[in-house]
Ligand binder design. Sequence first.
Ligand SMILES: Nc1ncnc2c1ncn2[C@@H]1O[C@H](COP(=O)(O)OP(=O)(O)OP(=O)(O)O)[C@@H](O)[C@H]1O
Length: 637
Amino acid sequence: MRSIALLPAPQIRRARAQLIEHGQTAYAGLEACVSRSWQRSLSAGLSPTGRISTPDNLNSQALHRLRATHHELIRHSQPVMEYLAEQVRASQSMVVLADHQGVLMHTLGEASFLSRAERVALMCGASWSEAQRGTNAIGTAQAELVDVEIHGGEHFLERNGFLTCAAAPILSASGGLMGVLDVSGDSRTRQPHTMGLVSTAARMIENSLVQAMSREYLLLSLHARPEGIGTIAQGLLVFAEDGRLVGANRRGLEMLHLTFRHVGVTNFERLFGFGWTTLLDRERQSGDRPYLLRTADQQAFYGQVRSRRAERQHVASAPLVKSSPRLLELDTGDRQWRACADKALKVCDKDIPILLMGESGVGKELFAKALHDSAARHDKPFVAINCAAIPEHLIEAELFGYCAGAFTGAAKNGSPGRLREVAGGTLFLDEIGDMPYALQTRLLRVLQERNVTPLGSGQTYDVQFSLIAATHQNLKQAVEQGRFRADLYYRLNGLCLRLPALRERDDFSALTARLLRELGQGVPLDIEPALLERLAQYEWPGNLRQYSHALRTAIALMDSDQAQIGWAHLPDDLVEALQALSPEPDVGAASAPQNLKELSLLAIQQALENCRGNVSAAVRQLGISRQTLYRRLKQGK
Ligand SMILES: Nc1ncnc2c1ncn2[C@@H]1O[C@H](COP(=O)(O)OP(=O)(O)OP(=O)(O)O)[C@@H](O)[C@H]1O
């Protein structure tokens, strides 16, 4: 991070003159890391006034391969980059993710600046290592492994002097350089707090990468105060089953006076003086609350453990604590959807039938399958039957089975029927409103008696299943009109949940980001902001089915070197429908200041943590006044 103030413009001009005329790289007041970088640039054979002779950009195939190699980093960075791009939207800037060698993999940002930036090859596929472009924030952060800001004339090459850039290296849990996060903008619009935002965002990505290790390992979160657990300021330590330290974030290492060199070498017992199985016992006793831990050298922290393994042990020893990740993996933030999921998870292991209502395409079947995967019976079959898709005269045979020769066209050996196939799993009856009236009576009997008699047979078989039924119809009205049996309706309706239509959801952006991640297969994609606004306004009569199909088609129409969906990638009828919508006030603009506030607050908290609570040092680091710091902290409460 910049430790001294920017050199005023006349002095930087003098420093550059000495560089150009005498190859002199040191100058009073010039950041030491800039001097070192100028020296490295000269040693690489670059000239400050020279041009880059050979275009060195990766072609689109090589870029695709690079992105596929780094898809884990890109996946964890994408949401943070989107967030950062929102914050710098007004300042003619772009957000850049480069790989560990300084090759740009993904950019987001303001279109007019992007085209200007493209003229200096600040574009995907280009390398911004110091050896290629001289001193620049990405290359210098990569070379020095520090968060760094390079402003205007500090850039080694004259042609990059219009830029102001702030970059932070992204380190893996074992300290390896994974990539560099950068915000580049027009030097006239430099914001002193950008460096803090970039540093905080890079730490968020690092934390997210470390936290993902909890899939395989034991993750211990630490902080001096219980409220600090789960915040960006928490320390994270990852341990293998034998207690070996296999990863950490920087904060976790600092707290225990360790460095990345200790990763893979030291172990839990050496650090804390007791085995990690004892830690798991403590975790179980304290429930969800952080508990006090002492290190072997008597430092006190609050800690909390997370791991799939720990969760499994938890479930085994405390059956009331349910793990329910699969359904919640579909949660993208809509409140109505989440309320349905929470209720469903509470009853999914009890013998309560669930009735899912909602328009066609809202994701009822996906919800039912994910609920099954979250239930204790997840290793048993999930059998889905669409009552509207099977001819009326075959539904009975399909559901209840039949004996050989029971009817014309029956299979030679008969069939046990789908109900018996469920064998303790979940029966999903889609479009239940379309079930013929006569069959409703039979289904009701099966639900009451829990056995079936196949067609043409005198024998009865026990059946065991949990039932989820779904319909897009108004079933209550169908009952009133005599089309649906009231007693079956009440039998199916142990818990009725109405999944929201797409136009009712309040998570359109997050849902879109998720769909793009799924459909992009590792290639980070986004949508032109103005188009995204129109898509969010559209009614989507076919709901998620229609929207995900539209995105899939758009992606298929993109060229291999494109990463942003635009109007040209949409079918004509959708373009017409979207253009017919009346323009709405800019919702993004209304929510941006709120986000900016949140990110500024995070940057302040991070700076205070870095400076161990020393306000004067923190304001120097952030480049803001003491009053601004206090005001933002107060606003953030
Ligand atoms: N949360 C989600 N994330 C991604 N894709 C989704 C989501 N919800 C639904 N979809 C997609 O939308 C489509 C429709 O989903 P699904 O078949 O579950 O809807 P439905 O409500 O059961 O429809 P219908 O009433 O017509 O049977 C599927 O292609 C599914 O993959």
